[in-house]
Design a protein around this ligand. Structure first.
Ligand code: NAX
Length: 327
């Protein structure tokens, strides 16, 4: 029998938390043989609601759920954490400039980076979901100097899964036939959902769809899917975001299938001409708990322009948080 691992989740009483925690506890993330201890962080006013979520978690009688810790102190919630899913963030409010949003989130992700640095497992795997996810991940990473920068990642997996599903729908094929879609760059409207390497049932995806649909419909549909969900549901995507977080962590911990890749927001090592250090969506393969960027892919002029535009946005976000003294 495996020893339990510690999984910290922030914003645990929020919408995404309400889907995410139950799936972690049921073994969807780390395997049906891996017991987990949930370490849940919330702000003080949300602790009562979090208590209700904990009651429901207990009522599921999940065999893999070894223990639950709740706190409003990151030093408690991150203690010895093997995995940390940073979901809680400050949402953009009407009239907020990007600098205000980044500043408000700096107030969350700087202390959380410091706390991870101080008390988490030295091998902790960190996934930032809370927006602006890539730059929040950068802030946490830069405030955790004793951890490897590569331990900090941001979620572009929801965009990746949306890209897979939209392509499946268009070509009338099951999602299981889709391979090697990539989300490059920022989890924002500048992201680049790239089909140049993708296949559908072994056939080149771009030979099955026309360029006009790809550039004019597909890319914006994937990039603006979050807004379409808000418009329809009156609330932002939560169950699909939680599912993507599960996928991201599962693939990182347990490996990608042979011959396939996924998209993760990771620190750029300069591959594909992306400025070093930006937390940028790349195609990655994983094994043994490590990820590596898929190398040697052809980059068309069309792709180059889109990859550079989203890198430019992330560079500007980094400049903003530098000015604010957060990194
Ligand atoms: P909710 O507002 O439902 O929940 C957020 C929770 O975080 C709240 O319970 C709040 O009390 C808590 N919180 C706030 N500050 C905290 C802190 N300092 N420490 C601990 N907890 C804190 O939002 P939800 O719908 O769950 O979304 C959470 C975040 O995910 C948002 O930033 C959202 O923008 C982001 N998303 C990111 C996605 C991605 O693909 N990367 C997609 C889905 C989602 O929009």
């Amino acid at each position: 029998n495996k020893q339990p691992v510690r999984v910290a989740v922030t914003g645990a009483a929020g919408q995404i938390g309400y889907s995410l925690l139950f799936r972690i506890a049921s073994g969807d993330m780390l395997g049906k043989d891996q017991p987990v201890i949930l370490q849940l962080l919330e702000i003080t006013p949300a602790l009562k609601a979090l208590g209700g979520v904990v009651m429901e978690l207990r009522d599921c009688a999940f065999p893999l759920l070894a223990d639950i810790v709740t706190s409003d102190d990151p030093m408690v919630a991150f203690k010895d954490a093997d995995y940390a899913l940073l979901v809680g963030a400050m949402p953009r409010k009407a009239g907020m400039e990007r600098g205000d949003l980044l500043g408000a989130n700096g107030g969350i992700f700087k202390p959380q980076g410091e706390a991870l640095n101080a008390v988490a497992s030295r091998d902790v795997k960190v996934l930032v979901v809370g927006n602006p996810a890539n730059t929040n991940a950068l802030i946490a990473q830069q405030n955790a100097p004793d951890l490897d920068p590569r331990q900090f990642t941001a979620m572009v997996r929801l965009d990746h899964n949306r890209a897979v599903s939209q392509l499946a729908e268009k070509t009338g094929q099951p999602v299981s036939e889709i391979r090697n879609v990539t989300i490059w760059g920022n989890h924002s409207s500048t992201q680049y959902p790239d089909l140049s390497q993708a296949t559908v049932g072994g056939q080149n995806a771009l030979s099955l769809v026309d360029q006009e649909w790809y550039a004019g419909t597909y890319i914006p549909t994937v990039a603006k899917r979050g807004a379409a969900i808000i418009e329809a549901r009156g609330l932002s995507s939560a169950a699909s975001a939680a599912s993507a977080a599960i996928d991201h962590m599962r693939d990182w911990a347990l490996g990608t299938p042979e011959g396939q890749w996924v998209s993760m927001g990771i620190p750029s090592d300069g591959s594909y001409g992306i400025p070093e250090g930006l937390i940028y969506g790349f195609p990655v393969r994983t094994s043994g708990g490590k990820y590596e960027i898929v190398q040697g892919l052809d980059v068309s002029d069309f792709s180059r322009g889109k990859m550079d535009a989203t890198a430019q946005e992330l560079t500007e976000e980094r400049d903003e948080v530098r000015k604010l003294g957060l990194v």
